[in-house]
Write a protein that binds this ligand. Structure first.
Ligand code: FES
Length: 319
């Protein structure tokens, strides 16, 4: 049952405000007073109702009535209808929401809409003029059915488990690298997450079909239904003859700084009949060397049960 937030104003509650704002949200602001409008400081103190925000997006001006806490990403997607900027993680970690503000790359999920007033915001929709052919970047997304980031997608764990390779085009030509070698452990340079160099572009993933691909799945456990990283995840691919595992491939997510292939669990499963004790033994082997920190110790048990569940679900797939 929905509960009313005690901090909602009595006269304009959040739901009523949102409903009322939908009809006016996408109207371009017309007039010459934009600069004067944005020059006024926004009253931050105790602003329970909507505030007026004047934004310049892709060369068009908009005046919106916004909850003062509205992020630039939500203003773009929910109020203006520009959905090219994606809400991948909503935590500032994936980059799917990236826009340019005055030509500088910014994560719009971490930027308040009101902070963008007086600046020029450019989104992916603004890369080409309305009547012009698509910008090469836009066309590439269409041609390749691309996500904007893919950082947190199931693919990463699955690609590790399936021994995929990655085709990378860069300044020195085209090269192929194992997907398992794409990510880097943090070490002394935690800001460098992959082996990709500046200007490199991933142009393809290659997955060899094999008997294990018939029973393969990805299971993601998270705090909420959408827009959330996995607390724990498992990608499994198993080749079975009857109840017996001929070969298993296992990758874990949400439990390490990179997608984690567990050869230990694979070895436990190989040649065994898949029973509950065997699945649990594989899960224990996968986490035998885990070194949790004070706040994430729960991930060991969660990761183990996620893997056990994924194994059972994969085993039930049509072989
Ligand atoms: S970084 Fe903004 S949605 Fe992921």
């Amino acid at each position: 049952m929905p509960t009313k937030r005690s901090d909602e104003p009595q006269s304009v509650n959040r739901r009523r405000f949102l409903g009322a704002s939908v009809s006016t949200a996408a109207l371009p602001f017309v007039g010459t007073g934009l600069n004067e409008a944005v020059a006024q400081p926004v009253a931050l103190a105790h602003s329970d109702g909507p505030v007026s925000a004047a934004l310049s997006i892709n060369g068009a001006d908009y005046r919106l009535g916004l909850d003062i806490r509205t992020t630039l990403l939500d203003a773009l997607r929910e109020h203006i209808g520009l959905t090219g900027s994606k809400k991948g993680c909503d935590h500032g970690q994936c980059g799917a929401c990236t826009v340019h503000i005055d030509g500088v790359r910014v994560l719009s999920c971490l930027t308040l809409a009101i902070a963008a007033q007086g600046h020029q915001v450019s989104t992916v929709e603004g890369l080409a003029r309305a009547d012009a052919p698509l910008h090469p970047m836009q066309q590439a997304f269409v041609d390749n059915d691309a996500f904007q980031c893919g950082y947190c997608t199931p693919g990463q764990k699955s690609l590790i488990a399936l021994d995929a390779t990655v085709t990378v085009a860069g300044s020195s030509g085209v090269r192929t690298i194992p997907f398992a070698a794409l990510h880097r452990l943090p070490g002394a340079t935690p800001s460098v997450e992959t082996v990709l160099a500046s200007g490199d572009l991933i142009t393809g993933f290659n997955i060899q079909a094999g008997p294990w691909t018939r029973r393969s799945l990805y299971l993601k456990i998270r705090d909420r239904q959408s827009y959330e990283f996995a607390l724990a995840s498992a990608a499994v691919a198993i080749d079975m003859v009857g109840p017996k595992v001929r070969e298993a491939r296992i990758a874990l997510g949400g439990v390490a700084t990179i997608p984690w292939r567990s050869r230990e669990a694979e070895n436990v499963l190989a040649g065994k009949t898949l029973t509950e004790p065997v699945a649990e033994a594989a899960a224990r082997a996968a986490f035998a060397d885990a070194r949790p920190r004070i706040h994430n110790g729960f991930k060991v048990a969660l990761g183990q049960s996620t893997l056990v569940r994924a194994l059972w679900q994969a085993a039930e797939l049509e072989g």
